[in-house]
Design a protein around this ligand. Structure first.
Ligand code: FNR
Length: 184
């Protein structure tokens, strides 16, 4: 059986480095793992008044996360935290109270930035949110990447050998993490 990983990218930008990283990571996984990037750009702004009547896009997001054995967050850092679009998606899928889809879902967190500290602070904020939501999050290795020329090759794979090895090690550990922590 296939193990399904729901990928959530914290950038809506067409040429997003984080989106490219998410695609490159999928190449490092074994063939029984499938990666699907979930849409978050069409979600309404979260409003608690709508908890009893969630929008179709919100229901879609929740069912996609629920159907996955693991979640992968690949996010930029905006002003030393996670982008609002990502927090909006997380908030939506955590509601209504008692019907969060995050609880117990094995997650991994990575990010790439143009800045030198490579999304470290955003990832720390995200880990705090996921801890509250009771989603078991792989602690390490941490992945703080800085966007540099040649990081991705012309096929969209990781183009730098050292980084490729490092991310392969990350993926191998994440695969084991998901297998160990997923209920399905
Ligand atoms: C940024 N950027 C940024 N970088 C960083 O390392 N730390 C930060 O706090 C911020 N803050 C920030 C705020 C806003 C509103 C924007 C638009 C950008 C720069 C960021 O790393 C860069 O734009 C990346 O290219 C964003 O990731 P994607 O879109 O390429 O995935």
């Amino acid at each position: 059986a296939q193990t399904r990983i729901a990928v959530i990218v914290g950038s809506l930008r067409k040429d997003s480095f984080n989106h490219k990283l998410a695609l490159a990571l999928a190449h490092l996984a074994p063939s029984d793992f499938t990666f699907e990037t979930l849409r978050i750009d069409d979600l309404p702004l979260y409003n608690q008044d709508d908890d009893g009547n969630q929008a179709a896009q919100v229901k879609r997001l929740k069912s996609e996360v629920a159907a996955a054995q693991g979640v992968l967050f690949v996010t930029p850092e905006y002003n030393r935290s996670i982008p609002g679009v990502l927090k909006n998606a997380i908030d939506h899928a955590s509601r209504p109270y008692g019907q969060s889809v995050w609880a117990g879902k094995p997650t991994g967190v990575l990010g790439i930035s143009v800045g030198a500290i490579g999304t470290a602070l955003a990832q720390q904020h995200l880990r705090n949110i996921l801890a509250y939501l009771d989603a078991p999050t792989m602690g390490g290795p941490e992945v703080f990447l800085q966007a540099k020329e040649g990081l991705f090759d012309d096929k969209g794979h990781i183009g730098n050998e050292g980084t490729q090895k490092f991310l392969q090690g990350w993926m191998d550990k994440y695969v084991a993490w998901v297998k160990a922590h997923s209920a399905a």
